[in-house]
Design a binder for this molecule. Structure first.
Ligand SMILES: Cc1cc2nc3c(=O)[nH]c(=O)nc-3n(C[C@H](O)[C@H](O)[C@H](O)COP(=O)(O)OP(=O)(O)OC[C@H]3O[C@@H](n4cnc5c(N)ncnc54)[C@H](O)[C@@H]3O)c2cc1C
Length: 672
């Protein structure tokens, strides 16, 4: 979920670092447009965690290449050594570092390219998450021109922060459906450990990370499908706009039944199946529905940094967390015939000295679906011909590295609403607006409630594009291939955002109150590649997701567009809209024919930020990179634990499987 939400302050506007606040005459800051910023900063005082800054305190500075060679030859004796080195302190990496260091015998180093997410206002205030985009905390990536999407390059934000995407995502807690995980096990069928991925076996790791807080307004939620003692907080604490409530009502009117918990395996499945599959009559709470989110009772984001790198965890003497320490490559032994990782090379930026650290047990890559395959390639693990082109010595020829990149795809529609019905007021920079925002900030801080606790993707529906009740064959005659992971798996998601935005918030839309409805392709057939542009670790790789290459993907999204337009014309949601013929809005879009609608989809596609499968667990002969234990083929002590390891993309939101996968990997490694 998106976007650059319109709160009228920006972290980059801050004239100081949050951690320096104790030294600042704060009264002097409370002037002009800085009021909201400064107040927020004050509210956050005292929360800055203490991490080691930069690589110099955790590795050995390299003066000559001989020193790296000594490590690779096994003759170095003054290089700091760790049992585990986790590369990337994102969604998965924080979990691993925390769990692995539960064993006091194990010395663990976590190397993160960015700084702390907890220190950032946009991470702490749920509705502000989009503000990280195009900031210094964003890798700011772009795809190559997309042949099937009008030749445009697409913006791919990727956070550079502890907690990774969990520090900036839309906090929608969704685990997918059981058949997603059964499918993972099927991909690895016949391989040692394959059945551990089957939902019945794997679900204990999903439960392990969660503490779900029931809500008195939602008594029908079966809490037995949730975790009760995990570090990550989930619940129904997010703000729900009236507009999103009406969106749900309109969904019900057109035949998408209400589900009180999308994470209950009985009801998360394609909502259209819900009625027939559920033996009990459905209780439909009137006009009340919230997606379970990673927001706690205080209205604050629960990220893997806040949940797993607590002060108690950080005080462990066997855990070292280094920020601003991007890893440039993994180092391998030079002597033995089969490759094994001996350490990593890292720095602070492209102009700074290099450092190295040695590893006794394993290097674990958790740098995410873009940077994990990038680091593998830079280290000589990948397709030999590609490595050769960039002058990189091949350590292990694995053609699958960077292949099979898959991302969900989203298209959006926008509609003018009645005045005051959206969260537009959060971007009001008039004096009155600033005062209102200050009041909202105080409400958020002290009561943990109000519009700032919106996760923006407030109401969702999961459906199947082949559902004949929603898409009657007489109107939708194109045949669809079945892309769902199982009979009850969805392939299309719709959601309502009470804010108008386009291109992640960077393209202008009409001013005033606008609502966005999105359709998300959950099971794309199109798959792309991630390849090296050069051997320079600071040059981003070439990212080509090949959006919409497969015709099925296009048709599913065409149906998604039609569905959104229908909801917009269905009461009571439609009562809140005002017709506006501005061409940037979509009140008249349902008048166009199939061919024109296909063109609209091609024009509108964007990333919903879910890239995966780029270093996937799959048999080697099927283009896999990892075995069923997430170990890189042919290298004894190198593992990948993050979204790049997914064998297939799940039919839901991608943070939960990353967290659960990290819990799984840690449990395997420490034997719990
Ligand atoms: C804006 C946005 C909204 C989203 N909304 C949702 C949602 O509502 N619900 C949901 O379930 N999912 C959502 N997602 C997707 C989901 O959060 C991610 O798929 C998932 O968290 C990815 O986890 P990961 O561990 O694979 O990678 P990440 O969390 O991206 O972690 C990778 C980490 O590696 C670090 N890193 C990168 N390169 C290096 C290097 N060379 N050296 C050291 N460190 C490095 C990065 O800084 C980062 O901290 C969203 C994502 C985004 C960006």
């Amino acid at each position: 979920m998106p976007l650059s939400i319109p709160i009228s302050f920006d972290m980059d506007d801050l004239p100081f670092n949050l951690s320096d606040l104790n030294n600042i005459n704060t009264a002097a800051l409370l002037t002009g447009s800085s009021i909201a910023v400064a107040l927020t900063a004050l509210l956050l005082l005292g929360r800055s965690p203490r991490y080691l800054k930069g690589p110099s305190e955790v590795g050995k500075r390299i003066i000559s290449p001989n020193e790296t060679e000594e490590l690779c030859n096994g003759s170095a004796n003054d290089v700091p050594e760790y049992d585990y080195i986790v590369v990337g302190g994102g969604t998965s990496g924080c979990v691993l570092a925390s769990r692995l260091s539960e064993n006091p015998q194990m010395k663990v180093l976590l190397l993160e390219a960015g700084g702390s997410g907890v220190e950032q206002i946009f991470s702490r205030i749920p509705a502000a998450f989009g503000r990280f985009m195009k900031s210094k905390h964003d890798f700011q990536l772009w795809t190559t021109p997309q042949t099937y999407a009008k030749g445009k390059s697409k913006f791919w934000p990727r956070p550079k922060l502890l907690g990774g995407c969990s520090s900036v995502n839309a906090m929608m807690f969704h685990i997918g459906v059981p058949s997603d995980y059964d499918e993972w096990a099927d991909v690895m069928r016949g391989h040692d450990g394959a059945d551990k991925w089957r939902f019945e076996n794997f679900k204990k790791y999903i439960r392990k990370f969660e503490t779900f807080t029931p809500h008195r307004k939602y008594p029908n939620v079966d809490a037995s499908h949730h975790g009760t003692r995990g570090p990550i907080q989930t619940g129904y604490f997010a703000f729900l706009s009236k507009l999103s409530e009406k969106f749900i009502n309109s969904c019900q009117h057109i035949g998408i039944p209400f589900s009180h918990d999308v994470n209950n395996p009985l009801t998360t499945i394609g909502i259209t199946k819900y009625v027939s599959d559920c033996p009990e009559p459905i209780c439909i709470p009137k006009n009340s529905f919230l997606l379970v989110t990673y927001i706690d009772a205080k209205g604050q984001r629960s990220s893997t940094e806040t949940a797993y790198l607590t002060p108690a965890v950080l005080s462990r003497s066997n855990l070292t967390v280094a920020t601003h320490a991007p890893v440039t490559r993994i180092l391998f032994n030079a002597k033995t015939r089969s490759a094994h990782a001996v350490g990593v090379e890292f720095t602070s930026d492209s102009n700074s000295p290099m450092y190295i650290a040695g590893v006794r047990k394993e290097v674990i890559l958790s740098a995410g679906a873009v940077h994990t395959p990038h680091i593998l390639l830079l280290s000589g693990v990948g397709p030999a011909d590609q490595l050769g082109k960039h002058g990189i010595a091949c350590v292990q020829d694995i053609p699958g590295v960077g292949n099979h990149l898959i991302d969900h795809v989203v298209t959006q529609t926008r509609f003018r609403t009645k005045r005051g019905e959206t969260l537009e007021r959060l971007s009001d920079t008039s004096l009155r607006g600033i005062l209102v925002n200050i009041a909202l900030l105080l409400r958020w801080k002290f009561l943990g409630s109000g519009p700032l606790v919106s996760n923006l993707g407030e109401a969702v529906g999961f459906i199947q594009a082949s559902d004949a009740t929603l898409f009657p064959p007489v109107l939708f005659s194109k045949r669809l291939e079945d892309s769902a992971s199982g009979p009850n798996g969805p392939d299309l998601e719709i959601y309502c955002t009470p804010v108008g935005y386009k291109s992640h918030g960077f393209e202008e839309i009409p001013k005033g109150d606008v609502v966005t409805i999105s359709a998300l392709l959950l099971r794309p057939f199109s798959k792309g590649t991630l390849t090296l542009k050069s051997g320079d670790p600071f040059e981003p790789p070439l990212i080509d997701p090949r959006y919409l290459e497969h015709p099925n993907d296009l048709e599913v999204l065409v149906r998604g567009m039609r569905l959104m337009l229908r909801i917009a014309k269905t009461e009571p949601f439609s009562d809140y809209l005002i017709h506006d013929s501005d061409p940037r809005l979509d009140h008249n879009l349902d008048e166009i024919d199939q061919t024109a609608m296909e063109e609209e989809v091609r024009e509108r596609v964007e990333t919903p930020y879910h890239p995966a499968c780029s270093a996937r667990m799959a048999p080697l002969e099927q283009g896999g990179v990892l075995d069923a234990k997430l170990r890189v083929y042919g290298i004894a002590n190198l593992r990948v634990v993050d979204a790049s390891a997914f064998p297939r993309i799940i039919s839901g939101h991608t943070a939960a499987p990353c967290i659960a996968m990290a819990e799984f990997a840690a449990a395997e490694l420490i034997g719990s």
